[in-house]
Design a protein around this ligand. Structure first.
Ligand code: SAM
Length: 363
């Protein structure tokens, strides 16, 4: 356990390793403001925190920002445990979602406590310990069953994404897989000690759930010197549907929803470049004149589009003095592969990712 442990509180699709933003920010002078306009689970913001730098994170998925906020909250294991214990002690009426999925996904007693916590956090999630508890709960909500002490609340599931309800029910019933009773408070207590014992000092931050295409980045009243980010890979539209169970926990519907208009549109590579161009242009207005940006970007299997072309076109179209200094291969993306194996999704060939090193030169 060290100060980087908290970064892994909850998995996320296409997250990049902590070393990626950490390396880019390592030499930044104190008080440098860092920006990630597609922050996902806040890896860039957490790297900034480790280095004592203030940061802004934006993501249009509320799941992403809920995880990221939990990693920036200054709290301690005891405070997280206490707020959970208080919630579970309360004698509230809870509303149970209906359908086979819910009765096979969680043991009844475990589910009752899970619902209590969900409803309480939906009413109030303002304090650091509540934000921390929310991120922790998102991390333990679903995952594989293990032999010793349980790590997750659900029946057998991947931890990176949630299986769709009908598929999951079929999978469990065909294999006679039933949910075990999990003592929620014990698991929260154990995980809170694991994740929140060693924390980096608190830093200033803004974490916004919003659409970066529509944001005025000057709103924060700071000038950014470092932008480290990874937009959705072209064709990757499933951030919210694949995380539907976590979405439900933070207030989404109890079924899978596919229409999320605040996510980037993937109708053609040129349209995708144009959306990115608009974001880069707006960011450049809120940047120092010598600001630097690193963008990690790749492709996905079922779209025949050239990620390098999409990205370079977006810089050109932004027409705001961006200069691409280097493009480096970041190797093959294999995250998610092991997860997929557990739930028997067909495996696919890993894809290549690139890092684009860019300077802002204000016109
Ligand atoms: C590749 S992931 C970022 C992962 C992040 N680097 C991490 O380590 O967790 C891309 C993110 O872009 C977000 N996104 C998609 N469209 C967006 C938009 N219009 N505005 C802001 N975020 C958006 C997705 O929700 C997703 O979290």
């Amino acid at each position: 356990m060290d100060k980087t442990t908290l970064n892994a509180i909850c998995p996320y699709f296409t997250m990049f390793p902590l070393e990626v933003p950490y390396r880019q920010l390592q030499k930044a002078v104190p008080n440098t403001w860092v920006l990630d306009p597609f922050c996902g689970r806040g890896t860039t913001n957490y790297a900034a925190r480790l280095l004592g730098l203030p940061s802004v994170g934006i993501d249009s998925s509320p799941i992403a920002t809920a995880i990221a906020e939990g990693k920036l909250a200054k709290t301690n294991p005891n405070a997280v445990y206490k707020v959970c214990e208080e919630i579970l002690r309360s004698n509230k009426n809870i509303t149970w979602p209906e359908g086979d999925f819910w009765s096979i996904c969680f043991h009844e007693e475990t589910f009752k406590n899970l619902l209590k916590i969900r409803e309480s956090l939906l009413k109030d999630c303002k304090t650091p310990e509540r934000k921390a508890l929310r991120a922790l709960m998102l991390g333990i909500l679903h995952g594989p069953k293990n032999k010793g002490l349980p790590s997750y609340l659900s029946n057998q599931m991947p931890r990176t994404y949630a299986a769709k309800p009908d598929y999951a029910v079929k999978f469990w019933t065909q294999r006679n897989l039933y949910p075990d009773y999990v003592d929620v408070l014990e698991l929260v207590s154990r995980k809170a000690r694991h994740f929140f014992t060693e924390q980096p000092p608190a830093v200033d931050y803004h974490m916004i759930c919003g659409d970066s295409r529509e944001l005025d980045f000057s709103y924060f009243g700071v000038k950014f010197s470092k932008v480290v980010t990874s937009p959705p890979y072209y064709g990757m539209r499933t951030y919210v549907p694949d995380q539907w169970l976590r979405f439900w926990f933070i207030g989404g519907p109890s079924s899978v929803t596919y229409n999320h208009p605040s996510q980037m549109t993937h109708s053609s590579p040129s349209m995708f470049s144009s959306q990115l161009a608009g974001i880069w242009r707006n960011i450049s207005k809120a940047c120092e004149s010598d600001a630097k940006m690193v963008v990690r970007f790749g492709g996905i299997h079922d779209r025949k589009a050239n990620p390098k072309e999409i990205m370079v076109n977006s810089f050109r179209e932004a027409d705001c003095g961006l200069r691409v200094n280097t493009i480096r291969s970041a190797g093959l993306a294999s995250e998610g592969k092991r997860q997929a194996e557990q739930f028997q999704r067909p495996l696919r060939k890993p894809i290549e990712e690139f890092d684009f090193y860019v300077s802002f030169r204000r016109k």
